[in-house]
Design a protein around this ligand. Structure first.
Ligand code: CO
Length: 164
């Protein structure tokens, strides 16, 4: 278990398309374990392998309810509804944007041993699935944000968070 460096926007690796995982080996398990450590340390909701410099189709999501969900070779198989709200990314530190996403999303993926499963989520979970899967195709939310939050709005958000 170890922390990995999170690459930030401007690094060309974030714009590349990731390759599928073929080997469900110890190297993959180490990557997943390190990504979990890195996500928890950064207090984030999700992390995709390209954000730690690995161009493979691996993401993890942690919305705080069900522990960390590991998804290898994930595919979006269903989405419906709509939600508009603020979204951030560990690779775009200190910024948030307003992004419209589906309210519901269902993903088919493999676990760390290669076994296929399906997982569905609403609200934050659905938003995180979409956000993390986009990373695997080289896309960041800032491309689709209708606008970024102003410094005043960011300040307000931080104040609200610290009251909780
Ligand atoms: Co992100």
């Amino acid at each position: 278990m170890a922390l990995r460096n999170i690459v930030t926007v401007g690094d060309p690796i974030l714009k590349k398309k990731c390759r599928p995982v073929i080997l469900f080996d110890a190297k993959l398990h180490t990557l997943l374990d390190d990504m979990a450590d890195t996500l928890i340390e950064a207090n984030g909701v999700g992390l995709a392998a390209p954000q730690v410099g690995i161009l493979r189709r691996v993401v993890i999501v942690d919305t705080g309810d069900d522990g960390i969900v590991e998804m290898v070779n994930p595919k979006m198989i269903e989405k419906s509804g709509e939600q508009t709200g603020s979204e951030g990314c560990l690779s775009v530190p200190g910024e948030y944007g307003i992004v419209t996403r589906p309210m519901y999303a269902k993903v088919r993926a493999q676990d760390r041993f290669g076994k296929w499963f399906e997982i569905e989520g609403e609200e934050l979970m659905a938003r995180a699935f979409c956000h993390e899967l986009d990373h695997l195709d080289g896309h960041i939310y800032t491309e689709i944000a209708e606008r970024m939050l102003t410094p005043e709005e960011l300040q307000e958000m931080t104040a609200e968070a610290s009251e909780e």
